[in-house]
Ligand binder design. Structure first.
Ligand code: NCD
Length: 528
């Protein structure tokens, strides 16, 4: 049964789309394949024999290695290989990517799409949308593999990088000390390392980048949450002076095409801060390798060409490993390999709705006592209390205003900012809605997201009958008033891809976009 196969039909949008055990399985199979390939062994067990399967290469951004290694990997398999002419397609006539893919999907019994886009989160969006569509028309869902999406992730580069690091360590996965050097802000291959490095049991990472190109905060936090030890240096000069050098250096180029004008003006000094200087060669410990996802700038590379013929050169072998890892990635996602996998897969995704907590109404509270200051007590109705409690009066007014607009509270009602009951120093907001006898769950969720910590009191005949405390919802979606604020995200309204936004609560007040991974302060996700 296809549904039992641990990999068949799986998409890879981010490196965490394969569990750590699954990644290890990929590296093991790649190792076997590479050995057989190098020593003239039998390659047939690795080869997909399925002429009904089509591999589509859709590259909307330039590529050499990712595209060519996937093309060669697909050609190794006995499948149909299609190179989509992205530059001359109807996408340039403003067609949405979903419409394009739906058509291509109709041409084959089974399909694997490999995409590189400037837009971020595209593979996840397509996986969901085409998954639904396939189910609706009774077909097997297509596979989507992310070949790099904007500044977001590059999971298949990540897998080849980890495979290469393991190879350098003779497959010892107990520990890695890795230096990440260069444009850590825009480099998607670096961002994918946050989850990919979990293939090692103990991880130490040195981040070497000037402030302008530093790793975004949320990736650094996630590294620490994964248990990695993280050190930061603003330049290679400072890193060399630290005397605590790694034996595995991962350089990335300056991604000029993604930089704003302000950063571009400083190109010379930024490049200097992350370019290896000949004078340091003697300080490098034996066995060290330098890596780079490539391409290198032919004049101004951060790894100068004088290093090409030294034992430090790990990048040439690294890029060839892309062919081996990608051959196996296609084989597992097609369900050709993987039935012998026995480790732990991904946890089931759940939609957690636990944000409404019923509070005991310990005594029949007289409304007149509780809400007497400034607000006319309600006999029957709803009182939203503890709004933004502890914040400044200005912030509380702002929140009240937001609640009213988001919940469309245009009924007869009153509101205000008051001292909290327990203290004269803290303030809170109250909205009182006479004769409104309930708030729908949909609105409660909005309220929870706009003003976590508030309470909702249902009052009947001057007594509090029910009381709910709202906490930040673990997931926020399906609201018209929210949007991801990353202009490169597939859900960004101006991208017109019609992908509804979806956020995870990934920290106290932080919401992460399910598609592009951008973190938002909870206030930021609202458009009104
Ligand atoms: C990388 C990419 O596209 O993100 N290259 C690659 O896939 N080999 C790195 C880069 O372009 O700098």
């Amino acid at each position: 049964m296809t549904s039992k196969h641990p990999f068949r039909g799986r998409s890879i949008a981010v490196s965490a789309d394969l569990s750590v055990d699954e990644q290890r399985y990929l590296y093991q199979k790649t190792r076997e394949f590479k050995e057989a390939w190098t020593h003239g062994g039998d390659l047939s067990p690795f080869r997909i024999e399925d002429p009904q399967l089509s591999v589509y290469l859709m590259f909307f951004e330039d590529s050499t290695r990712t595209k060519e290694s996937f093309r060669n990997a697909a050609q190794f398999h006995n499948v149909a290989v299609n190179i989509f002419d992205a530059k001359n397609s109807s996408i340039t006539k403003s067609e949405s990517i979903v419409d394009t893919i739906k058509m291509l999907f109709g041409y084959s019994q089974r399909s694997i799409f490999i995409l590189r886009t400037r837009m971020e989160g595209v593979c996840r969006a397509l996986q969901e949308e085409l998954g639904r569509y396939a189910e609706q028309i009774g077909r097997e869902a297509p596979v989507f593999i992310n070949g790099g999406d904007g500044r977001h992730e590059h999971p298949t580069q990540e897998y080849l990088d980890e495979f290469t690091f393991l190879e350098q360590r003779q497959w010892d996965d107990s520990h890695i000390h890795l230096a990440l050097i260069g444009d850590l802000l825009h480099g998607r291959t670096v961002h994918s390392k946050v989850d990919g490095l979990k293939a090692f049991k103990e991880v130490k990472v040195d981040l070497v980048a000037p402030l302008e190109l530093a790793l975004p905060d949320y990736y650094e936090k996630r590294m620490k949450a994964n248990g990695f030890e993280v050190e930061k240096y603003e330049s290679l000069d400072k890193y060399m002076a630290s005397g605590k050098l790694s034996d595995c250096w991962y350089f990335t180029r300056l991604q000029l095409e993604r930089m704003g004008e302000e950063i571009l003006k400083k190109e010379f000094q930024l490049r200097k801060a992350v370019t290896f200087d000949q004078k340091w060669t003697k300080l490098i410990q034996d066995g060290t390798r330098f890596y780079h996802p490539l391409p290198r700038h032919r004049e101004k590379s951060v790894i100068p060409t004088f290093l090409d013929r030294t034992p430090l050169n790990g990048w040439d072998g690294q890029s060839i490993n892309g062919y081996f890892t990608r051959t196996i990635e296609l084989a597992i996602c097609a369900g050709w390999l993987g039935s012998d996998f026995s480790g732990r897969g991904l946890p089931e995704e759940t939609r957690d709705e636990s944000f409404i907590h019923e509070e005991p109404v310990t005594r029949i509270t007289q409304v007149q006592d509780r809400f007497k200051v400034g607000i006319k007590p309600v006999d029957n109705g709803v009182v939203i209390d503890h709004i933004a409690k502890g914040y400044s009066p200005e912030e509380i007014w702002h929140r009240i205003d937001k609640i009213r607009r988001i919940l469309n509270l245009n009924c007869g009602s009153s509101h205000g900012v008051f001292h909290s009951e327990q203290s004269d120093k803290t303030f809170k907001g109250i909205i009182s809605l006479p004769d409104v006898m309930r708030i729908e769950k949909y609105d409660l969720k909005k309220l929870a997201a706009v003003s976590p910590g508030c309470t909702v009191n249902i009052i009947s005949k001057q007594s509090v009958k029910e009381k709910y405390r709202l906490s930040m919802p673990p997931q926020i979606f399906k609201f018209e008033e929210i949007s991801c604020k990353n202009p490169e995200c597939v859900t960004f309204p101006a991208a017109c891809q019609h992908v509804p936004p979806f956020f995870y609560n990934s920290g106290e007040k932080i919401f992460t976009c399910r598609y592009c991974g951008k973190d938002h302060e909870y206030r930021e996700i609202w458009d009104i």
